[in-house]
Design a protein around this ligand. Structure first.
Ligand code: OAD
Length: 251
């Protein structure tokens, strides 16, 4: 998994010429930071925890304390993690490209911590909370023993600002992501199983619009047969190698 797969010279040529690049990331890009993915057989969160008990609005209504504490545990794991060379290579890409957008399904905030600016978070962020009753973001709340804490404005329960199964994605972020996919010359799908919609549609939108679509993943996914280039390897190895070949970064 630590080997750099051959990078086709045609991909390098197309990336050097590209002005508009969009990237979609999933849990796999944070795997090398020690943040667990969801669907991997032994190590994925959904192999150990039941999403129906933890990641749906019904689960929160049934047992808000359990759900809040599970997200607090995930927050703690992410606090102890650091961005990895894959995250940093995407920061370099943003610096070198005229138009670059990073669309992520991850809620860990590691792209921004690494220094990426143009980030669209499709599934929310672990480190934000919102009021269940008023659906507004809440920055802070008074110290108390309530779990979950209460909204300082209306007293409603607070919940993590993440998208749960059965919920809509933030409309503005999704629209911007779809526009970026439709106008990208090169589109990357990195570290995602390509199973969760509507995010999994984005590379297909890019393909239909004629983009070069590149997948970076050590494992094949349902998207693999359709992409222009498949780079089978770990994001933290492949992305720095790609960046160094295109822009001579790190040489
Ligand atoms: P998954 O757990 O479904 O997929 C992770 C992917 O990362 C797999 O295809 C792995 O092969 C790949 N992978 C593992 N290590 C990697 C590495 N070092 N470099 C590159 N790829 C690697 O995670 P997602 O596709 O992100 O949604 O899951 C999508 C959504 O499903 C998540 O956002 C989450 C989950 O339920 C919500 O919570 C709303």
């Amino acid at each position: 998994m630590n080997e750099v797969p051959p990078i086709p010279s045609e991909l390098i040529t197309r990336l050097r010429a590209a002005r508009r690049v969009a990237v979609l990331t999933g849990a796999g890009i944070s795997a090398e930071s020690g943040v667990p993915t969801f669907r991997e057989a032994q190590t994925g969160l959904w192999a150990r925890y039941n999403p129906e008990e933890l990641a749906t609005p019904e689960a929160f209504r049934r047992n808000p304390r359990l759900v809040w504490e599970w997200y607090a545990w995930r927050q703690e794991r992410v606090r102890q993690a650091e961005p990895n060379p894959g995250h940093y290579a995407l920061v370099e890409m943003e610096r070198h490209l005229a138009e670059f957008i990073l669309i992520t399904q991850n809620v860990d905030g590691l792209h921004r911590r690494a220094g990426s600016h143009q980030v669209l978070e499709l599934h929310g962020n672990l480190f934000r909370a919102k009021c269940c009753d008023e659906d507004r973001l809440v920055e802070g709340w008074p110290e108390s023993s309530d779990i979950p804490p209460r909204c300082p404005h209306c007293g409603g329960l607070l919940r993590p600002d993440v998208v749960w199964f059965g919920e809509m994605l933030p409309a503005g972020a999704l629209r911007s992501a779809e526009q970026a996919a439709a106008s990208a010359e090169v589109f990357f799908s990195i570290g995602t199983s390509s199973l969760v919609y509507p995010a999994a549609d984005l590379p297909l939108i890019a393909l239909r619009a004629g983009a070069t679509v590149v997948e970076i993943n050590p494992q094949p996914t349902p998207l693999s047969p359709q992409v222009t280039f498949s780079l089978n390897g770990a994001a933290g190895v492949v992305l720095p190698a790609l960046a160094s070949q295109i822009w001579e970064i790190g040489k």
